[in-house]
Design a protein around this ligand. Structure first.
Ligand SMILES: O=c1[nH]cnc2c1ncn2[C@@H]1O[C@H](CO)[C@@H](O)[C@H]1O
Length: 490
């Protein structure tokens, strides 16, 4: 008997497709009967959306600014919104809340002012050296003068803290130009977030937006810069951590399924050695005052414009604090180049024993390292929309996380600074992960992501048990809902 060459070809081909699906992230996850049914629903929705023929490319291949309203009508997006998403492990507090909320709420409060220095504008509530009296006006007064076009005025205000509304979005901005706009958003909002009543309202909203998006635990990067209140009283970093702690506890009281927040103290990479020393000492005192709440340390900012991790290595290896180095959660490899010392930040992050890598976009260019990352189970905090808005990749189907998923390198999906690009929560990022980064994956991939987000968090054993109980219940509800839809469709 002769076996046809075509048959052999087809059998081997099918075996390869199967092996690839099994090898990638989530490929070996056990699925129960309900999950298998939910998997069929999700795959059918996915196929339908990836193949819809009335556009020349699927929404998943479009830039978020153009895709957002289309994503919102997607069945997959609405399913992912319902899905309990476990923990968010990479989020900067001052860019986490939707810009729309900031405009509609904070700028309508009577203390809200706008300061104009040369051609830059800053939100504030008080006049300062850099915002003198004659250049600072109550926003209420400005709005009154624009009574006829308040909508346009508010949109202009929003453009100060929203990348979508910046001129740089119009065309061919370079990464440096995008970062200049991005940093200008942080500069613009800073004055609001230094004022205690605004800071508190903002962080309550932060928890609300993520809780509404079915997120149960947040690890928040924050500088814990000092605050002041209406009487001019100042609050230092330890007091600010206490204020945050109280807000979180109040929120948990009111929303018992929400598990909580941990803080990663983050300083900008433009600091001096002396300032880093101070920051590490501050970390030590915070982690002593708030064990289990302030859990790690990071350095942030555009990598190729600022100091490299290597330049800080001596201090980071042997910090001047008795308890030894903090737990590090370094940003590294959020970069497209291959030329500067900063391109090697991923090497330094691993050598400095980072627990996770913020982004790790450039890890794909370090073949020795990604083996080490997988072996040491250092998770990559992947922020798809952030990488797109900040110019690393235009079409997220080309995001290197596709490679990490195929190689079973652990990743977690997270949203970085959603408030500054017209997003909220993390579901939009999950949409791109599911549709653009892992187009062949089903519910096994999602299940792996969700449970890995807990696994790679800084939760203690007791906290893990607690959140696992909550998550198992919510996951089962989600799966049942998806399985029911499957019956409805058949
Ligand atoms: O994705 C990011 N990569 C690196 N740095 C970031 C990112 N998002 C925000 N920041 C940094 O955080 C500071 C405010 O805390 C910002 O100034 C910005 O430099």
């Amino acid at each position: 008997m002769t076996i046809s060459r075509t048959k052999v070809y087809e059998d081997i081909r099918a075996a390869i497709v199967d092996a690839e699906a099994g090898f990638g992230l989530g490929g070996k996850v056990f699925l129960n009967a309900d999950e298998l049914r939910a998997d069929r629903t999700l795959r059918a929705m996915k196929k339908n959306e990836l193949q819809s023929s009335d556009r020349d490319q699927p929404v998943a291949g479009m830039h978020f600014f153009e895709a957002k309203s289309l994503i919102e009508t997607s069945a997959v997006f609405n399913a992912l919104k319902l899905m309990p998403k476990g923990a968010i492990l990479h989020l900067h507090n001052s860019a986490a809340v939707s810009s729309r909320w900031v405009i509609r709420n904070l700028t309508y409060r009577q203390e809200a002012k706008l300061c104009n220095v040369e051609d830059r504008y800053y939100f504030t509530v008080r006049t300062l050296n850099n915002c003198p009296e004659n250049q600072t006006r109550p926003i209420r007064d400005m709005r009154k003068e624009r009574q006829k076009d308040v909508v346009v005025f508010d949109e202009w205000l929003e453009s100060l803290i929203n990348m979508k509304l910046k001129p740089s979005r119009a065309g061919h901005a370079t990464i440096d130009q995008l970062w200049m706009d991005f940093e200008s958003c942080f500069d613009a909002i800073r004055g609001f977030l230094q004022y205690k009543p605004f800071f508190e309202a903002y962080h309550r909203q932060l928890l609300q937006e993520f809780h509404n998006d079915n997120v149960y635990h947040i690890e928040l990067r924050t500088s814990l810069s000092k605050l002041f209140d209406g009487d001019g009283k100042e609050y230092g970093p330890v007091e600010v951590a206490y204020i945050l702690h109280r807000i979180v506890e109040d929120f948990r009281h009111q929303s018992p399924t929400f598990h909580g927040v941990k803080l990663i103290l983050s300083k900008h990479k433009n600091i001096t050695d002396k300032e880093l020393e101070g920051a590490l000492k501050l970390y030590e005192s915070l982690s002593t005052s708030f064990p289990g709440f302030v859990v790690g340390f990071d350095l942030v900012g555009q990598e190729d414009m600022n100091r490299s991790l290597k330049s800080f290595a001596p201090l980071l290896l042997q910090p001047p604090i008795p308890s030894g180095p903090p737990k590090y959660f370094f940003h590294a490899g959020e970069i497209v180049g291959y030329a500067s010392e900063a391109d090697e930040n991923v090497i330094d992050a691993v050598l400095l024993d980072t627990k996770r890598i913020g982004h790790g976009y450039a890890l794909i260019k370090h073949p020795v390292l990604w083996h080490a990352v997988r072996r040491k189970q250092i998770v990559l905090e992947v922020c798809p929309i952030s990488n797109q808005v900040l110019g690393l990749v235009r079409d997220l189907r080309n995001h290197p996380a596709g490679f990490y998923v195929s190689q079973n390198i652990p990743i977690t999906i997270t949203s970085d600074d959603p408030g500054f690009w017209d997003a909220s929560g993390v579901t939009y990022d999950y949409y791109y992960a599911f549709m653009a980064i892992a187009p062949r994956a089903g519910i096994g991939f999602l299940k792996q992501l969700v449970w890995d987000s807990i696994r790679y968090s800084s939760l203690s054993d007791a906290e893990r048990q607690n959140i696992t109980k909550i998550m198992e219940k919510q996951w089962a509800l989600f799966v049942r809902e998806m399985a029911r839809e499957n019956r409805a469709r058949n």
